[in-house]
Write a protein of this length. Structure first.
Ligand SMILES: Nc1nc2c(ncn2[C@@H]2O[C@H](COP(=O)(O)OP(=O)(O)OP(=O)(O)O)[C@@H](O)[C@H]2O)c(=O)[nH]1
Length: 309
C-alpha cells in the first residue's frame, strides 16, 4: 500500500552558502540519515521539493535569499511545510531566536557549532518528526483499507484543484461504487464484506501507477481517485481500466448477475477555473456514477455538462 514511510532513513537537507560549513555539518551528522546539500535559498527550495526532507538545517545569513525567506517559502508550500526546520546562525540574541521560531522553525542552533549538541538536537527533532508523520498518517488513512480517508481526500483535492488552476492543466476524478453490495453482505456476512472492500482497495491502488494518483475511501463501499493532468479521455480510459481490474479479481458474488463482484464508475475531468469548485467536481463525478448505476451497473460513465438550449 502507498505511503508508509516509517521504515525509511531520515532525510536531512543542509543549507549554507559556505561549502566548508556544509562539510563540517555533514561530518557531525554522519550515520544519522541521508544528507542533501544546498548552497543558496533557490537550490534549497528545489531540493526540498525533489527530496522531501524530514529536517532542514538552514543557515540564516545567505546572499540573495536569507534563511528566514527560505523558511517562509517552505512553510507556505503544503508539500514542504511539514519538514522540521532548525536555523543555524552566528547571531545569539533573543530577538533572532524569536524571529526564527516565529518563522516556523522548531529550533535554533548557534555557531560555533558544538557537535554533540547538534547531534542531540537533530536526533530529538527527527524523532518528533517521525511521530508526527505517524499521527498524520493515522489521521489521513481509512483504518479498514489503508487508503486515504474522506478528510484527506478533501484536502488533497483542494490542493490539486488550485495547482491545476495555476498550471491550466486538466484534473480528473474517478468515483467507484461496488454493485449490489447490500446483497453481498446479506449473502456472505459483514466480515467477508469488509474483506471484499480491502481486496478492491488494493486493486485500485495497484491500478494507480502514477505516485500522485491518490486513492481514497469516500464512503462505505465508494472509492474515489484523483488523477492529476488527466483530460476527459484519459480519465475515462482509467475508469475502464479500473472496472477491468475489479473483474480480474473475480471475487465470487452469487447474488449478482455475473456471479462476481463488479463496480460502477463515474468520471469527470476539467481544467479548473473560477466557474468551478472542488465540490462541484465531486458532484459531477457523483452524477456520472449515478448514470452508470442507472445504465445497469458494471460500466463507466463520463460526466457530460448539460448543453445550453
Ligand atoms: N461489509 C461492509 N459493508 C459496508 C461497509 N460500508 C457500507 N457497507 C454496506 O454497503 C451496502 C450498500 O448498499 P446500497 O447503498 O443499497 O448499495 P448496493 O447494494 O451496493 O446497490 P447499488 O449500489 O445500487 O449497486 C450497505 O448494505 C452497507 O451496509 C463496510 O465498511 N463494510
Amino acid at each position: 500500500m502507498e505511503c508508509d514511510q516509517t521504515a525509511l532513513p531520515a532525510r536531512m537537507l543542509l543549507v549554507d552558502d559556505s561549502p566548508t560549513n556544509l562539510r563540517f555539518l555533514a561530518h557531525v551528522l554522519h550515520n544519522m540519515g541521508e544528507i542533501f546539500f544546498a548552497t543558496c535559498g533557490q537550490d534549497a527550495l528545489q531540493i526540498a521539493r525533489d527530496k522531501q526532507p524530514d529536517l532542514i538545517l538552514l543557515d540564516v545569513e545567505m546572499p540573495a535569499m536569507n534563511g528566514y525567506e527560505v523558511c517562509q517559502h517552505l512553510k507556505q508550500d503544503p508539500a514542504l511545510s511539514d519538514a522540521a526546520i532548525i536555523f543555524v546562525t552566528s547571531h545569539q540574541s533573543m530577538e533572532h531566536e524569536v524571529r526564527a521560531l516565529e518563522a516556523g522553525a522548531v529550533d535554533f542552533i548557534s555557531k560555533p557549532l558544538n557537535p554533540p549538541v547538534v547531534r542531540a538536537r537533530v536526533r530529538t527533532h527527527l524523532t518528533l518528526k517521525q511521530q508526527s508523520d505517524k499521527l498524520r498518517q493515522l489521521a489521513n488513512r481509512d483504518g479498514m483499507t489503508g487508503v486515504f480517508n474522506r478528510r484527506a481526500f478533501d484536502d488533497m483535492l483542494s490542493v490539486e484543484f488550485r495547482r491545476h488552476q495555476r498550471t491550466r492543466m486538466p484534473l480528473g476524478i474517478a468515483m467507484l461504487d461496488v454493485d449490489f453490495f447490500k446483497r453481498y453482505n446479506d449473502l456472505y456476512g459483514h466480515l467477508q464484506g469488509d474483506d471484499c472492500l480491502r481486496h478492491i482497495a488494493h486493486a485500485i491502488v495497484a491500478s494507480s501507477r502514477r505516485p500522485a494518483e491518490s486513492v481514497c475511501r469516500y464512503g462505505g463501499e465508494e472509492f474515489i481517485v484523483i488523477l492529476p493532468n488527466s483530460d476527459a479521455q484519459q480519465t475515462l480510459k482509467y475508469g475502464h481500466w479500473l472496472r477491468e481490474q475489479i473483474h480480474r479479481l473475480a471475487l465470487p458474488h452469487q447474488a449478482a448477475e455475473l456471479g462476481i463482484v463488479t463496480v460502477s464508475v463515474g468520471v469527470t475531468a476539467a481544467i479548473p477555473d473560477a466557474s468551478l469548485s472542488p465540490l462541484q467536481m465531486v458532484q459531477h463525478c457523483d452524477q456520472a456514477l449515478y448514470a452508470a448505476k442507472h445504465q445497469g451497473r458494471d460500466c463507466v460513465c463520463l460526466f457530460q455538462a448539460p448543453q445550453d438550449p
